[in-house]
Design a protein around this ligand. Structure first.
Ligand code: PLP
Length: 389
């Protein structure tokens, strides 16, 4: 009844069970994993989605890549970040997840491989498996800050490798690629005919005050696809609009667009009202982006202060994104720790193994959680992890 694209075991894990029990018992749970901006107590303007009611959305005239007005708005949004792209190099999708699925259909035959960072976003496992593609992890090494060992990555490339994924800022490490890393990755991709896919959904959220990270399309050497979307850029995941911007050598980029056109035309998945609204949503949503920036800055400052008073705990300072990683004493396994935190302390955090950290013990917290919950939850976590240290 089920294909091997899905996990063989669909049973909930122990942590999911413990969370369900805690919630059913009514004893309350502070969720420090909350990454849904619409559940983080942010003050969205109540008429923010008014552009979705534009009467232009009553007409259906599908375009594979999306309405020209919507794509022009994406070009303008890249320009806001000083990144040049063109109308004929932009393709809309309903989500970044869908964009990944389309790119894997475009680039990979069943059994082909894409190189993905580790630690990183756990959904890659499913996104690749659902397209019969193998996710082959390359390590992010922690030397004061997280770095890609580009030489090691290059050694992993074989004849079945079709793409390299970079996530910048990365979830959960908060690491961003710098210009030298981008150039080195582009060299590897150009040398082996690979497409460089840059997940840049958190590009607007730099946490260390430095200049924004470069986009994968700010180089001309390798074919590259930059991914972005409303989910993170303006905190509107429910509107379901994301985009790809293709860059690199002109002929190869045009070939990518020609392939994407067939796929996008097959699905036509972005609703017309959302496309019509996109130009205004990208502008009006700036206030939500500012709120999220203020929230992450506030929570990161609180985290830095709290960790300073807990010498057994180390904060791995994030350069960008929406979360932070704490290295905690490994006196108990991560799973036992997170279960205790749920069952005894009423706090949910992500264990490092959820993101495939190479060793124990790490916990990951979201920085967009409402401040009161963040402070209370964090205090409980720090009390628990330092109790026997
Ligand atoms: C790195 C990364 N990419 C993509 C997404 C999802 O974006 P979308 O809602 O557009 O599918 C997330 C969501 O948390 C993410 O962390």
């Amino acid at each position: 009844m089920r294909s091997s694209r899905l996990p063989a075991d669909l049973a909930p894990n122990r942590l999911t069970d413990a969370v369900a029990r805690r919630r059913a018992g009514g004893s309350g749970l502070i969720d420090l994993t909350e990454s849904n901006p619409t559940r983080a107590g942010l003050a969205y303007p109540s008429d923010l989605l008014a552009p979705l009611a534009d009467a232009a959305g009553l007409a259906y005239a599908p375009q594979p890549f999306g309405l020209e007005s919507a794509r022009a708005a994406v070009v303008a949004d890249y320009a806001r970040r000083d990144i040049a792209t063109r109308l004929d190099r932009v393709c809309l999708a309903a989500s970044t997840s869908e964009a990944y699925a389309w790119l894997f259909k475009l680039l990979c035959d069943p059994g082909d491989r894409v190189l993905v960072p580790r630690p990183s976003y756990p959904l890659f496992e499913h996104l690749t498996a659902l397209e019969c593609v193998e996710a082959s992890p390359y390590e992010l090494d922690l030397h004061g800050h997280w770095r890609i060992d580009v030489d090691a990555l290059a050694r992993q490339v074989d004849e079945r490798t079709k793409a390299v994924l970079v996530v910048s800022p990365n979830n959960p490490t908060g690491s961003v690629i710098d210009r030298a890393e981008l150039d080195a990755l582009a060299d590897v991709c150009a040398a082996h005919d690979l497409v460089l896919i840059g997940d840049e959904v958190f590009a607007d959220y730099r946490l260390d005050g430095k200049a924004p990270a470069p986009s994968v399309i700010q180089q001309e050497h390798a074919v590259a696809v930059s991914l972005g979307g409303l989910s993170k850029s303006v905190g509107l995941p429910q509107v379901k609009v994301a985009w790809m911007a293709v860059g690199g050598p002109a002929e190869a980029a045009a070939r990518v667009m020609a392939g994407l056109e067939i796929i996008a035309d097959t699905f036509l998945s972005v609703s017309t009202p959302a496309q019509v609204a996109l130009p205004e949503l990208l502008i009006r949503g700036g206030v939500v982006r500012d709120e999220i920036r203020a929230r992450t800055a506030r929570n990161l400052a609180a985290l830095i202060a709290a960790v300073a008073a807990a010498p057994a705990v180390t904060l791995l300072p994030p350069a960008g994104g929406w979360c932070a990683v704490l290295q905690v004493p490994s006196i108990r396994h991560e799973e036992a720790l997170v279960l205790t935190l749920v069952e005894e302390d009423g706090v949910l955090v992500h264990p490092g193994y959820f993101f495939d950290f190479p060793r124990e013990a790490f916990v990951v917290v979201s920085l967009i959680v409402a401040p009161d919950d963040f402070d209370i939850g964090l205090a409980r976590v720090l009390a628990r992890v330092t109790e026997a240290a």
